[in-house]
Write a new protein. Structure first.
Length: 289
């Protein structure tokens, strides 16, 4: 089996390639630079030169594969358009010969008001509102010349390189405190990067049109996460409660997503795919750094 991966040199891409190679699956990975090519080659994947706007490259790479995992993202005002065109090119190239696994995210559910599953209504913050239409288009290809599957990660942490580490630990090093949006009482649905990588691989064998939330069914509060990060960088107790406006100024629009109160279940991935996260104590791992 051969799987084509976009974003293979990225944060989630690296452990995903590792998970594929552990199963002796042949991997090709999209790369834009010599450095990325060396990185994915070192993981055992074959580099494919190009970017998410190189539609012919994406189509041909998908046509040469038995499955696709789309992890890459283009950042800019045309993010939605680029993602839509890239997904359509890869779906066209792959056809119905294998699964096309697309990346979503649980932030599209907004404040969940309790525990919800993948069928919850979308209440996305502005940062991720663009995803809904793209995901609808992707899933519409099920039974119509494609085999799409959607994986929706929670807040991904681990290996000292996730959003938590980037937006909470780094500011703490320079400003003497770890930020917290509001009082931090809101819950997060989180997942370790190595566990979500395993779910992407399992999703290759999922039914067409399936949607899976990739989260650990423990729901730490934002305040607990911030406190753990503060311990990890040697400033225990130094957590700064900021207003939403102050948080947006310090972090950017992502602060609105960090302020969401979310509890999402992964029962579907557990029951249908046998997904079992191995990292089950996020606060302890974050505190260790």
């Amino acid at each position: 089996m051969r799987v084509f991966v976009t974003g293979g040199s990225g944060y989630i891409g690296r452990p995903t390639i590792e998970a594929l190679r552990r199963r002796d699956i042949e991997v090709s990975a999209l790369v834009r630079s010599d450095e990325s090519a060396q990185l994915v080659a070192g993981l055992g994947a074959t580099p494919v030169r190009g970017g998410l706007t190189d539609l012919a490259v994406l189509r041909d790479a998908a046509a040469a594969a038995d499955g696709v995992i789309h992890l890459g993202q283009h950042y800019g005002p045309d993010t939605a358009d680029v993602d839509r065109a890239a997904s359509e090119a890869m779906l066209d190239g792959l056809g119905d010969r294998g699964s096309y696994v697309h990346t979503g995210g649980v932030w599209v559910y907004g404040d969940t008001e309790g525990v919800v599953d993948e069928d919850a209504p979308f209440r996305a913050p502005a940062l991720t509102a663009w995803r809904a239409e793209n995901e609808k288009r992707v899933l519409a290809r099920a039974g119509n010349g494609g085999h799409p599957v959607l994986v929706m990660p929670g807040v991904v942490y681990g290996r000292s390189a996730g959003l938590v580490e980037g937006f909470y630990a780094a500011p703490g090093r320079t400003e003497g405190s770890v930020p917290c949006v509001g009082d931090g009482a809101n819950h997060w649905s989180v997942v370790h990067v190595e566990d979500i990588a395993e779910l992407y691989v399992l999703a290759l064998s999922a039914p067409a049109g399936a949607v899976y939330a990739g989260v650990l069914e423990q729901y730490p509060t934002q305040a607990e996460v911030a406190a753990a990060v503060a311990r990890s960088i040697g400033i225990p107790g130094q957590v700064a409660a900021l207003s939403l406006a102050e948080s947006v100024e310090r972090m950017g629009p992502i602060a609105e997503a960090f302020a969401l109160d979310q509890r999402v279940t992964a029962a579907r991935a557990r029951d249908q795919l046998g997904w079992r996260p191995a990292h089950t104590d996020p606060l302890a791992e974050l505190a260790e750094g």
